[in-house]
Write a protein that binds this ligand. Structure first.
Ligand SMILES: [Zn+2]
Length: 315
């Protein structure tokens, strides 16, 4: 079968519950072609370190474009846009899916028509910043979904996990992925439109398979239990020879202190807000208490635009 050349991500269900991810860059270059167990890919996403990315986002949020001033500099706008694209590009090697969908969101935001006003620079600067946050939003949401789906559901069937999760996040049904069926199903290809859609696809693939994901009740990491019976602890070994199983049981019995709660979420992001759109490219209100939003509201209408610049794609 001839492979598709259109830019974008396609996922194909392979035998044995594996999925093949194939991503073509905007110029048709093959960026990714890997076959993974969806369980592993979801857990890898949840565990991924985003420290440098968060630093970059913070830098954009603090950018001079959003500072209180009478003039809105086109130079600042151009610089902020370049920084947003730099965020996307920094993922190209290590996390091409995040690169592709962040860049797609930025491209869509940069298509807005410039009416020559100072307000345009501010508002579109905000849109670009939100596009750069694509990965951040996806990760917060997926952690919340994973928490509900796998956090305390050992003992449930895969179908019960799904019902429990869509009971809390009914938006998940909109993706149209099924959790029914078997691994023998004929392989089918899906075009993935967003980073969130990729991980919801993987979540449903996990729930279709016989293997499940559980969360260790000691170290709080997700893992794939080997046994069919209810499994509370992962196989992790700690320095000193202890294991999650051993220390976890002691912690439960009250003879040692429990481990710290993992994955602290930023304040105010513990729930997936029902009003948050799930599709990329739609303007989202910043999750943090953004000073830039306030500045835009206060100063946008009366601020002057300075400098000259012909609208471009910002690259
Ligand atoms: Zn553990």
């Amino acid at each position: 079968m001839e492979e598709k050349k259109t830019p974008g991500l396609t996922v194909t269900e392979e035998p044995g519950g594996m999925i093949r991810k194939r991503l073509l860059d905007f110029d048709g270059t093959l960026l990714l072609d890997e076959t993974v167990l969806p369980h592993d890919d979801l857990i890898r996403f949840t565990d991924r370190t985003l420290k440098e990315y968060m630093r970059q986002l913070n830098e954009i949020e603090m950018h001079s474009l959003f500072a209180e001033s009478l003039d809105v500099s086109e130079q600042y706008y151009r610089d902020a846009v370049a920084k947003c694209y730099a965020v996307a590009d920094s993922f190209r090697e290590d996390f091409p899916e995040a690169y592709f969908f962040t860049r797609s969101a930025l491209d869509r935001a940069s298509e807005n028509r410039d009416d020559g006003s100072a307000l345009f620079l501010l508002q579109n600067g905000m849109r670009m910043m939100n596009a750069a946050r694509t990965l951040y939003f996806t990760r917060v949401r997926m952690r919340n979904v994973m928490e509900v789906c796998f956090g305390n559901t050992e003992g449930m069937t895969q179908r019960e996990r799904w019902e429990h999760t869509v009971g809390i996040y009914p938006q998940l049904k909109n993706y149209g992925f099924s959790v029914d069926g078997s691994e023998e199903k004929s392989s089918s290809e899906h075009e993935i439109k967003s980073l969130m859609e990729l991980y919801i696809f993987e979540l449903c693939a996990v729930l279709r398979s016989g293997k499940r994901i559980a969360r260790c009740q000691y170290c709080w990491r997700y893992f794939v239990p080997k046994a069919n019976k209810k499994t509370d602890y992962c196989d992790r070994k700690w320095s000193g020879g202890s294991t999650c199983k051993k220390t976890g049981r002691q912690a439960r019995a009250g003879t040692v202190l429990p481990s710290k709660t993992p994955f602290p979420l930023p304040p105010g992001t513990s729930l997936w807000r029902a009003t948050s759109p799930l599709t990329p490219g739609v303007i989202l209100r910043p999750c943090s208490s953004s000073t830039s939003a306030r500045r835009t509201r206060n100063g946008g209408q009366s601020r002057r635009r300075s400098g000259s610049w012909t609208p471009s794609r910002g690259r």
